[in-house]
Design a protein around this ligand. Structure first.
Ligand SMILES: [Zn+2]
Length: 283
């Protein structure tokens, strides 16, 4: 049997994504607690039994062990295989989009870091700055290096830097406008840092499309939440102590920014072409 290089790389990218998906599970459970992501090695939270390498195969181990610790049979959250599966899919999607290239690894950092930020914000209302800073540094350095050596890169240095200031600037403006003009909190500074970071990776056009898609999708979900359960919706400005966790109506915005930026990264050109054709057809 002859396996083509293409299918070999496809399998490798799926496995690569799933393995980093495993690491993502460590990041999203430890970073909000301020714990190291390197040590100690993974262990069962209940019995403390160290997880052996053969029980740590992405997705498969969870299925083989039927979601239970080998030692004490305590249930292991389905979050683990789901994040690993998401990692596998993203590894594959990135390979289809960028082949094996510098861009593949650059956007790998963006996609996996983005999933971590989205998940942590969704669960804890926190935007961990160390992750944003690491991502922003890589997001800026790669286009800078390619600019210096004068080799074309997926995102140009100009677009990247412009995207950074545009993304940070728009959200800062929204925050300040709502704070001083409407006397309420609309978004947090974490959202501004995240959209600035997104701008480094996908540029100014990407920032605008991301913000549009994020707002649209957050509105749909927000309206859905109001329709399903009116009681759990409190307008943001009714929260006196400004504790977003007590404010069930407020939605964390980072997950929507991340989803919007992924949609732009993978479907951007198709989306823009579709929109332009749509506008042409109605005018
Ligand atoms: Zn156990």
């Amino acid at each position: 049997m002859i396996i083509s290089l293409e299918s070999l790389l496809t399998i490798a990218s799926i496995f690569f994504g799933a393995s980093w998906g495993s690491f993502l599970n460590v990041v999203i459970s430890r970073v909000p607690e301020g714990l190291s992501v390197v040590s100690p090695p993974s262990r069962c939270p209940k019995c403390g039994n160290g997880i052996k390498f053969y029980d740590n195969i992405p997705i498969l181990s969870w299925l083989i062990l039927r979601g239970k610790c080998r030692n004490c049979k305590t249930g292991i959250s389905i979050q683990y295989p789901i994040i690993e599966l998401l990692g596998a899919l993203m590894g594959l999607a990135l390979y289809k989009e960028f082949d094996i290239s510098f861009e593949y690894f650059y956007y790998f950092v963006f996609v996996f870091g983005g999933i971590a930020l989205a998940y942590i914000d969704l669960k804890t209302w926190l935007v961990p700055m160390p992750i944003v800073i690491i991502m922003s540094t890589i997001g800026f350095i790669a286009p800078l290096l390619f600019f210096i050596v004068d080799v074309p890169f997926y995102i140009s240095l100009k677009e990247s830097v412009f995207g950074f200031f545009l993304g940070g600037g728009i959200i800062s403006f929204i925050i300040l406008f709502y704070k001083y003009v409407r006397k309420m909190d609309a978004l947090g500074w974490g959202d501004a840092y995240v959209l600035a970071m997104i701008g480094l990776f996908i540029g100014n056009k990407g920032v605008l499309v991301t913000l549009f898609l994020a707002t649209l999708q957050a509105s749909v979900i927000g309206i859905g939440m109001i329709l399903i359960n009116k009681k759990s919706t409190v307008p943001y400005d009714d929260v006196k102590d400004n504790d977003p966790i007590k404010n069930k109506a407020a939605l964390p915005f980072v997950p929507f920014l991340i989803i919007g930026s992924f949609e732009f990264l993978f479907f951007g050109e198709k989306l823009i072409n579709w929109y332009l054709n749509f506008m042409k057809s109605i005018t």
